[in-house]
Structures are given as structure tokens and as C-alpha cells.
Design a binder for this molecule. Structure first.
Ligand code: AHG
Ligand code: MN
Ligand code: MN
Length: 331
């Protein structure tokens, strides 16, 4: 344990960052603090999931036709309630809500658009495997007082910040605001996120690990099949797949490797959503020195056409993403 004066809480870190920009109003710092608070509340319930009978489908499906778990509903509400009244947010969008979420008229609206996947990897809840929350922040670009769909449908390259919370063996918050990636670990004894991973960079050389649901092998294109066969045979890669994007990408960030959610013949756009999952995780990976591609273009170059659009994902160490693009193009 470092001496106490070296313990940097997330609040102190955010304030120190804010001081570097004399024009900063403090709004962004406040917004991230609100998200960190929501993360602690969600994390507390996630940690209790085995103690109380909180898991199990709540009885209706989300907009993607998937069973919604109770914790998804809870996490969705916590994110909304942490952000709706602050006067910092123009509008919200959640993976669990079909439409854009407006700020209620009784509250002032602000300049930031917050897009989130409140609970990622929710099928892992009832088996006590890591899950996460993902967030993406844009600045409002339209001139009206309140945010609109147009404000949400901005390419990932215009995100002002992105991050995730991993509810793993410890709870971690990892974020970037475009000047590196910083990771904080929750100290449950004091309820504070403490800076544990300053300026995270993907390791060079990277660990040779690919991460994909290989059970779908027969549904893949020939190029995708050849890519994975090459990685494990000639490439000498190992494989790790948790089935929670946040956890799989977090490992990829720390160790290097390649995370994929490829297109399938019957589902050419893949499964994962551009706005809630792909774009924010792509910004983090890029900020840490990696790359994120659909196989044919950088994920964060895409201008979204809908809130729930899906994209194929190849993200991780630069050289492995480049190899994927090459092998997919060759077929
Ligand atoms: P969500 O729980 O938010 O719907 O996300 C599900 C995810 C993602 O975390 C993971 O990478 C992927 O679905 C796993 O899908 P498969 O079960 O098809 O491998
Ligand atoms: Mn998800
Ligand atoms: Mn989700």
C-alpha cells in the first residue's frame, strides 16, 4: 500500500485533470462523478446478486427480443436516475430502451449526450461471472435546448469520453477523455475508486490470445474461418472467451490480443451494438494504442443510422486487427 498522500481518488484525479484546462467549467468532472456514483450503486447490487433472489428474467423482453434480467432493469434505472436531474445532460440513450430518453421538462438540460449499456454480459449474472456497464459521452451538436436523435447519432470519433465499469473480482472503472486511458479500482472499505492503472497502454509485444465465440464457426464466412484457424494453428495463439464484452475487452487491454464478434451469414451485422458497446470500447482500445475495426473500416469512422445498429467487431492489438482485415479481404 503506498503512503496515503499517494492515494489518488477518482474525484482528486478528475479535479487535477480539470485544472489542466482553464476553460473547463467543471461540468464534465461532475458528469463523470455521477457515473462513478451510479457504478458503485450497481456494483453493490451485483455483489449481492447471489444473496438475494434478484436474478431471473423479469418477465418481459428488451427491444432486441432478449430476456431482460432484473439487474438489467435495476442498472438501467440507476444510470437514468443518476443523470436525469443534473442539468448536465441533453439526452440519454440506453441499450435497454428503444427510443431516445429525454430529460424530463421539470429538470434543466445540459450539453452532454450520455449513451450506455447499463449491464453488459447479463447472461453471466446468474453464474457469478464478470459483467459490466459501458458508457459513451458526446457533446450536443444541435442548437435546441434539449438533445435529439441527431445528437446521439454521431460517429465514435466525436466521443468526448468513453468508459466502462467491470464488476469482476474487484470493481474497476476505466475511462478515457481523449488523453490516455485511466483505471480505478473500488476500495469497498471506503467506497472510493482509487487510481490503480494510470495511463494504460496495450502491451507490446501483445499476448497472442484471441477471444471469440467459436461455437459459431460453421455460421462464419470462409475468411473468418480461415482467420481463426490461422491464429490457432500457424499463429500459435491461445484462446479466452468469457462472453461478457467488458471482461473480454478488459483482458485484451491489459494483456494484448484480439477480441472479435464477427458477422454471421444469417446476421451480417454481428450482434454487438455500435453506440452502446462498439464505439465506446473502440475509443478506449485506440487510446491505449490498439485498433478497432469492423473488418473493413475503423469502427469509430461509422456515422450511425439508428440507435440500436449493430456492427461486426475486431478490436485489440494493432497488428492482430490488421491481420484480421487482411485475411478477411483476401477471401
Ligand atoms: P448484453 O448482456 O448487454 O446484451 O451483451 C451481451 C454480450 C456481450 O457482453 C458479449 O460479448 C456477447 O453478448 C456474447 O454473445 P454470445 O453469447 O453470442 O457469444
Ligand atoms: Mn452489452
Ligand atoms: Mn446490456
Amino acid at each position: 500500500m503506498p503512503p496515503e498522500s499517494h492515494v489518488v481518488t477518482i474525484s482528486r484525479f478528475l479535479i487535477d485533470e480539470e485544472r489542466k484546462y482553464p476553460e473547463a467549467t467543471g461540468a464534465f468532472t461532475s458528469l463523470l462523478s455521477d457515473i462513478a456514483l451510479a457504478a458503485k450503486v450497481i456494483g453493490r447490487e451485483v455483489n449481492k446478486a447471489g444473496l438475494v433472489d434478484i436474478f431471473g428474467a423479469v418477465g418481459h423482453e428488451n427491444v432486441h427480443g432478449e430476456d431482460q434480467q432484473k439487474l438489467d432493469v435495476f442498472a438501467n434505472q440507476v444510470m437514468y436516475r443518476a443523470l436525469d436531474h443534473t442539468g448536465l445532460v441533453a439526452c440519454l440513450a440506453s441499450e435497454e430502451s428503444e427510443e431516445l430518453i429525454s430529460i424530463p421538462a421539470k429538470f434543466p438540460a445540459g450539453e452532454y449526450v450520455v449513451i450506455y449499456d447499463p449491464l453488459d454480459g447479463s447472461s453471466n449474472i446468474d453464474v457469478n461471472v464478470s459483467i459490466g456497464t459501458i458508457f459513451s459521452i458526446h457533446r450536443k451538436i444541435t442548437s435546441g435546448a434539449r438533445g435529439t436523435l441527431e445528437d446521439c447519432l454521431q460517429p465514435g470519433s466525436r466521443q468526448v469520453a468513453a468508459g466502462y465499469i467491470l464488476y469482476g473480482s474487484s470493481t474497476m472503472l476505466v475511462y478515457t477523455s481523449g488523453t490516455g486511458v485511466h483505471g480505478f479500482t473500488l476500495d469497498p472499505s471506503i467506497g472510493e475508486f482509487i487510481l490503480s492503472h494510470p495511463d494504460m497502454r496495450m502491451p507490446e509485444p501483445p499476448k497472442k490470445v484471441y477471444s471469440v465465440n467459436e461455437a459459431y464457426f460453421t455460421r462464419w464466412s470462409r475468411g473468418q474461418q480461415l482467420l481463426v484457424s490461422h491464429l490457432k494453428n500457424e499463429g500459435g495463439f491461445g484462446s479466452r472467451y468469457i462472453g461478457s464484452m467488458v471482461a473480454d475487452v478488459h483482458r485484451t487491454l491489459l494483456q494484448g490480443g484480439l477480441f472479435m464478434y464477427p458477422p454471421e451469414r444469417a446476421q451480417p451485422e454481428g450482434k454487438l451494438r455500435l453506440l452502446y458497446e462498439a464505439a465506446p470500447m473502440a475509443m478506449i482500445i485506440e487510446q491505449a494504442g490498439g485498433r478497432a475495426s469492423t473488418g473493413t473500416q475503423d469502427i469509430n469512422d461509422i456515422t450511425p443510422t439508428g440507435l440500436h445498429q449493430r456492427v461486426p467487431i475486431y478490436m485489440g492489438s494493432k497488428e492482430f486487427v490488421a491481420l484480421s482485415e487482411e485475411m478477411l479481404a483476401a477471401e
